[in-house]
Design a protein around this ligand. Structure first.
Ligand SMILES: C[S@@+](CC[C@H](N)C(=O)[O-])C[C@H]1O[C@@H](n2cnc3c(N)ncnc32)[C@H](O)[C@@H]1O
Length: 268
């Protein structure tokens, strides 16, 4: 599955606004006694997690940004980080070679908008590798299945159901956890004795947030088409209704996400 830099750029300000503040505070507090830290960001895209988190961390930081999309990594490498922040980019397919991404001394693993793409098997591999190294994970922006659309349309339920079916398809890691990802990950970390701080990180699109709503609804229509259990005419009717509502400044949307920070026992 491929993600365009334009889509990542469009969603980044909404992601930044959605990130759960208490979860971010728990991440920062856990690093308080360190003067230098090394962070690995899995599936970094163009580096949005580093842009969101680095300015909040007082310590000197080195970020290793990992992704398998070379064009997104090239965009990430253009970042000009603040004094005290350095980074490198590493092309790795974490579906195959996760362990290589975690090699060496690491103080914190981060990721955003990844876990809903991965399978239960791969998630358990991630939890095992992180647990064995006794390091913490900050995982932001996992879609959790909650959606509120205004205005209502009679096909909303069918489109959302098709979209959630699509979410559970294979995104390169085996059958994806989709909306269940964060709750499964949290329970796996808790079973290892990790302390987990979690909370909602919902996208909230107001009537003036037209471009992101247009892209989101188009993506859902295309997912519903891929799933292939709805009449095409219903999908077109629904998408036309949504686009008209956006154009008329009457459309708003909330999409549920979960952020969490999982820290091994003994870490603050
Ligand atoms: C939804 S994007 C999120 C990007 C970034 N974390 C953000 O929040 O803007 C998902 C990212 O996962 C990356 N990805 C997907 N499959 C991957 C794989 N097998 N190995 C490494 N990265 C992968 C994509 O290239 C993309 O950058």
């Amino acid at each position: 599955m491929s993600f365009s830099k334009d889509w990542l750029a469009l969603r980044e300000p909404y992601d930044a606004r959605a990130r759960n503040v208490s979860v971010v505070e728990a991440v920062i507090a856990s690093l308080a006694d360190k003067s230098t830290i090394r962070i690995v960001d899995l599936a970094c895209g163009t580096g949005s997690t580093m842009r969101a988190l680095a300015p909040k961390i007082p310590a000197a930081q080195h970020w290793q940004l990992v992704d398998n999309n070379l064009s997104l990594l090239a965009r990430a490498s253009e970042m000009k980080p603040a004094v005290g922040v350095t980074f490198s980019t590493t092309p790795i397919d974490i579906g195959y070679d996760l362990e290589a991404a975690l090699d060496g001394p690491v103080d914190l693993i981060t990721t955003s908008a990844l876990l809903d793409l991965v399978s239960e098997l791969w998630l358990e591999r991630l939890v095992t590798e992180i647990g064995a190294r006794k390091i913490p994970l900050y995982a932001a922006l996992s879609y959790d299945g909650r959606i509120e659309t205004t205005p209502h349309h009679s096909h909303d339920g069918a489109i959302m159901a098709a979209m959630n079916t699509h979410q559970r398809g294979d995104k390169g890691f085996g059958p994806a956890l989709g909306p269940a990802a964060a709750s499964v990950a949290i329970s796996r970390f808790e079973s290892l004795g990790y302390r987990v701080v979690h909370g909602p990180a919902d996208w909230r699109f107001d009537p003036t947030d037209r471009d992101i709503q247009r892209e989101t609804f188009s993506g859902w229509a295309s997912a519903a088409r891929d799933v292939d259990n709805l009449p095409l005419a219903d999908i077109v009717e629904w998408l036309t209704f949504r686009r008209d509502a956006i154009a008329a400044g009457r459309s708003s949307l909330r999409v549920g996400h979960i952020d969490f920070f999982a820290a091994p026992a003994g870490l603050r």
